[in-house]
Design a protein around this ligand. Structure first.
Ligand code: AMP
Length: 289
């Protein structure tokens, strides 16, 4: 089947009607597709007969001093990726098509939307949940796939689906990394060679924390020991040129994103965010305590 590009909601309706029977999987993206996105498209195919990809740089989820206007836009290359991965429909609406000029109502991410990543990006998760719910209503998928790379986003989408009875199954996909550990991100293309060397400290810090967690099964190091191991790597990188400027390092409860208690057992998310040059990067790893 050929790829259909739907540039507005009328074209999406028509393309959706023409898909025929079978399950539909939606993969929401902001474009500038890379191997991480490809892994989501492949996982989506395993869960459905038809894959719909949205490509929409959502103005609602960017703060006034963030990178909305310079966010990479590579639509032609994105279409080739979607074609290669057997995507049925690419939905690429304009902001004017997505949002009514007199719009009022939006989704609130609640308390969990204001902590960790949300504390540094006020309103970000409200913007994310609003666009995701709108995409669910427009595409009406059976299943939607999101990356664990954006762990708090994935947790909030699961929360929204549960709290608002949204009839879509949510599938989480593991983070795809470069061979040297750097998590793939559309924003990596902002990095100079020197930036990139500094940026490697994010994944190195997570691995140091994970190694301490592994050792902790025998030695009982606990959350404080895991955070210390990760923080040592980040403090070293704060002295690099360019320096790593830490926003946060947290060992969080996967369901609430509150810091885990000292006696926490089970899964915990070691999450980090930092600026390198003009680029802000996030990464995380799921640990078992
Ligand atoms: P974005 O285009 O950055 O909004 O991302 C679209 C989807 O791709 C989100 O569900 C992300 O979590 C996911 N994603 C981004 N980077 C990666 C990665 N390195 N590995 C796996 N999924 C990713």
């Amino acid at each position: 089947m050929d790829l259909t590009v739907a540039a507005d909601r009328a074209a999406l309706d028509k393309a959706r009607d023409e898909l025929g029977p079978g399950r539909i999987a939606l993969v929401p993206t902001m474009g500038a597709l890379h191997e991480g996105h490809r892994s989501l498209l492949r996982l989506a195919r395993e869960h459905a007969d038809h894959v719909v990809v949205s490509v929409f740089v959502n103005p609602l989820q960017f703060g006034p001093n963030e990178d909305f206007s310079r966010y990479p836009r590579t639509f032609d290359a994105d279409l080739r990726v979607c074609e290669e991965e057997g995507v049925a429909v690419v939905f690429a609406p304009s902001a004017e098509d997505m949002y009514l000029p007199d719009r009022q109502v939006q989704v609130s991410a609640g308390g969990m939307g204001g902590v960790v990543e949300g504390a540094f990006r006020p309103g970000h998760f409200d913007g994310v949940l609003t666009v995701v719910l709108k995409l669910f209503n427009l595409v009406r998928p059976d299943v939607a796939v999101f990356g664990q790379k954006d762990a708090q986003q994935l947790a909030l989408i699961r929360r929204m689906v549960a709290d608002l009875d949204v009839p879509v199954s949510i599938v989480g996909a593991p983070t795809v990394r470069e061979p040297d550990g750097l998590a793939l991100s559309s924003r990596n293309r902002y990095l100079s060679e020197a930036d990139r060397r500094t940026a490697l400290a994010l994944s190195r810090a997570l691995r140091a924390g994970a190694a301490r967690a592994g050792a902790a099964r025998a030695e009982i190091a606990g959350p404080a020991g895991i955070l210390d191991a990760a923080r040592a790597v980040l403090e070293e990188a704060a002295r690099f040129d360019p320096p790593l400027l830490l926003d946060y390092l947290i060992l969080a409860d996967p369901a609430t994103f509150a810091p885990v208690a000292d006696d926490h057992r089970g899964e915990a998310i070691l999450a980090v965010a930092a600026k390198v040059g003009t680029t802000r990067l996030i990464d995380n790893m799921v640990l078992t305590l």
